[in-house]
Design a protein. Structure first.
Length: 484
C-alpha cells in the first residue's frame, strides 16, 4: 500500500485493519536539522517536534505485532530526546539497542569541530520476550575455515580437551588414539581436565575428530564446518560498506530521478540489512515517513508486504514512479544482490477529505464533499463494520460479525421505513442504523435494532476541529521572500 497524506490520519485509519499485524516499522522522520530541504522543511521548535512524534509513535506501537520491532532513524538533533519519549511510550525494558550507521564514507574537511559520520537507529520491541531477530551471514568468519575435507567442505578445528575452567567428572573418560593408546584429558602440565563432548557424542560424531601427534603425545581436535554456521547475531555498528552511505543513496536517487533526485534518501543497502534482521518474506513493513519510497522499494524486492505513507507531492513525483519501476524490474540499488527481476504490485490510496466540518455556527456537520457511498463507507468503518453492500437488500450495507449489519442513511428515518426493515430482519440478526435524523422514541422500538444519529455517534471516533497535523508547518522563509 502506498498512501498519500498526513501519517497521523493515515495511521489512525490503518488501526482498524492492521492493529497488531506489522512486523517492522522503520521511520526516517525529518531530523529537525533546522534546514529547508527541496522537498520538505525540517525546522520545528524541539517541543513541537516531540509532540508531533508522540501520537504517531503511540499508534505505530499499536500496529506492531507481539514479535515486532520499531526502528527510528535520527541524528544528534533529536535522537536522545526521542529515546526518552520512546522509553515512556514503549517501556524502558523494550529498548533493544541503538544502531550506529556510518552514513558518511569520507570526512568533511569543512567541519569546524567534529565531522559527523554516523546516524542513530533506535530499536524498540513491542514485546522484548517475544521478539526474535534473524541472524546475519557472517562472511568475515569464512576466513577462519581454512581446512577443506575430502568432500570439499570448509572447516576449522578446536581442541576437544577443555582448556582451563571448570571440569566435569562425567566428561573425564578415555578415548582411543589412532595407534590404540588410551588418551585421558590431562593438560600438558599434568593437571586433570575433561573433554568438551560426552562419551556418546564422541562415538556418534567420530568422523569429526582429528588426531594430532605432537611432542606431548596424541591430542584430539574436532571439526567445525562453515556450512553448519547459523549466522551471527546482528551487531550495532553498521559500516557504509555493508549498509551504504548518503553518497550511495544520492547516486541511487539520481539514477531513478535524474535532476529531480530526492534530497535525503536512504541507501537501499541500509534497508536490506535492516529488513533481513527484523523480518521474513511475507511480513508487513511500515514506513510512515516514506520520502522517495526507499523502504517500500526494498521491501517489495525482498518479498515483504509494505505500507508506505508520504505527505508531500513527492509521493507522486518519487514514490509512485519508484514503485512502478520496481514492479517493472528496476535494476538499481539492491536489485542484483537479491536477484530482482520485477513483478508484484501495489495499491495507491489518497486520504479522503475530513468527514465532519463545523457549520457557520460551529456545529459539526457532514462535509458536503462526501457523497452518500463515501459517507456509508466511512461511518461503517468508524463503527467497526466492514463495508460490503448487499446487492439485493438495500439496508445491509456492512457487517461486523455474521449476523450484525449496519445501515447508514443521509435521510430522515421514518417509523414506516423502520417497521418495514424490522419485518425483513431475522430475530437472530442485529442491525445498527445511523441516520441524520429520526422520530423521537424510535430508538427503543425494536430490541435488535439500535439507532444512532450522525454525526454525533461518530464525533468521538474521528478527527474534528483540529488545525494541522503536518510536520512541515514552517515554510516561512519562502513566504517572506515572496512578500518582500
Ligand atoms: C527524511 S525524509 C524520508 C526519506 C526516506 N527514508 C527516503 O529514503 O527517501 C522524511 C519524509 O517525511 C515526510 N513527512 C513529514 N511529515 C509527514 C507527515 N506528517 N506525514 C507523512 N509524511 C511526512 C517528509 O515529506 C519527508 O519526505
Amino acid at each position: 500500500m502506498l498512501i498519500h497524506g498526513d501519517n497521523l490520519i493515515a495511521l489512525k485509519a490503518l488501526g482498524h485493519n492492521f492493529s497488531g499485524q506489522v512486523k517492522c516499522v522503520y521511520i526516517d522522520p525529518p531530523y529537525n536539522t533546522g534546514s529547508a530541504f527541496e522537498h520538505y522543511d525540517d525546522n520545528l521548535e524541539h517541543s513541537t517536534w516531540l509532540s508531533l512524534m508522540v501520537p504517531r509513535l503511540r499508534i505505530l506501537r499499536k500496529l506492531l505485532c507481539e514479535e515486532g520491532s520499531i526502528w527510528i532513524n535520527l541524528d544528534d538533533n533529536e535522537a536522545h530526546y526521542c529515546k526518552i519519549i520512546c522509553d515512556e511510550l514503549f517501556g524502558r525494558k523494550q529498548f533493544v539497542g541503538t544502531v550506529i550507521w556510518e552514513k558518511a564514507d569520507s570526512p568533511r574537511m569543512d567541519a569546524s569541530l567534529f565531522s559527523v559520520r554516523h546516524d542513530y537507529i533506535l530499536v524498540y520491541a513491542k514485546n522484548i520476550k517475544k521478539i526474535k531477530f534473524n541472524r546475519e551471514k557472517y562472511d568475515t568468519v569464512q576466513e577462519h575455515y581454512k581446512c577443506v575435507d575430502e568432500n570439499g567442505r570448509r572447516y576449522y578445528t578446536k581442541p576437544l580437551r577443555v582448556m582451563g575452567g571448570n571440569i566435569s567428572e562425567s566428561l573425564f573418560f578415555s578415548i582411543i588414539a589412532p595407534d590404540g593408546t588410551e588418551i585421558l584429558p590431562y593438560e600438558n602440565n599434568g593437571k586433570k581436565s575433561c573433554w568438551r563432548w560426552s562419551k556418546k557424542k564422541v562415538i556418534d560424531e567420530a568422523d569429526r575428530i582429528e588426531w594430532v601427534n605432537g611432542k606431548n603425545g596424541w591430542n584430539p581436535y574436532f571439526r567445525i564446518y562453515a556450512d553448519t554456521l547459523k549466522g551471527a547475531p546482528a551487531q550495532t555498528i553498521w559500516s557504509h560498506d555493508e549498509a551504504g552511505s548518503n553518497r550511495a543513496s544520492k547516486r541511487e536517487s539520481k539514477l531513478l530521478f535524474g535532476e529531480n533526485a530526492f534530497g535525503t534518501p536512504k541507501p537501499e543497502k541500509l534497508l536490506l540489512k535492516l529488513l533481513n534482521i527484523a523480518t521474513s518474506p511475507g511480513d508487513i513493513v511500515l514506513d510512515s515517513f516514506l520520502g522517495s519510497g526507499t523502504t517500500a522499494a526494498v521491501a517489495h524486492k525482498m518479498g515483504r508486504r509494505y505500507i508506505g505513507i508520504e505527505l508531500g507531492e513527492h509521493c507522486y513525483t518519487h514514490c509512485l514512479p519508484c514503485l512502478k519501476a520496481v514492479v517493472d524490474g528496476e535494476e538499481g540499488g539492491i536489485s542484483k544482490c537479491v536477484g530482482w527481476k520485477g513483478g508484484g504490485g501495489f495499491r495507491f490510496y489518497e486520504l479522503a477529505p475530513t468527514l465532519i466540518v463545523p457549520d457557520k455556527y460551529g456545529q459539526p456537520i457532514i462535509n458536503e464533499k462526501f457523497n452518500i457511498m463515501m459517507l456509508v463507507e466511512s461511518v461503517s468503518k468508524l463503527h467497526g463494520f466492514t463495508f460490503a453492500p448487499d446487492p439485493d437488500i438495500y439496508w445491509k450495507q456492512g457487517r461486523s460479525q455474521d449476523n450484525c449489519y449496519i445501515y447508514v442513511t443521509a435521510n430522515y428515518l421514518s417509523t414506516n421505513e423502520l417497521d418495514s426493515i424490522a419485518r425483513d430482519l431475522k430475530k437472530s440478526d442485529r442491525l445498527m442504523i445511523c441516520a441524520l435524523a429520526f422520530d423521537i422514541g424510535l430508538g427503543k422500538r425494536y430490541e435488535n435494532i439500535q439507532i444512532r444519529k450522525i454525526p454525533m455517534s461518530i464525533l468521538s471516533k474521528c478527527e474534528y476541529n483540529k488545525d494541522n497535523y503536518n510536520f512541515n508547518i514552517i515554510r516561512q522563509t519562502k513566504q517572506n521572500d515572496k512578500e518582500l
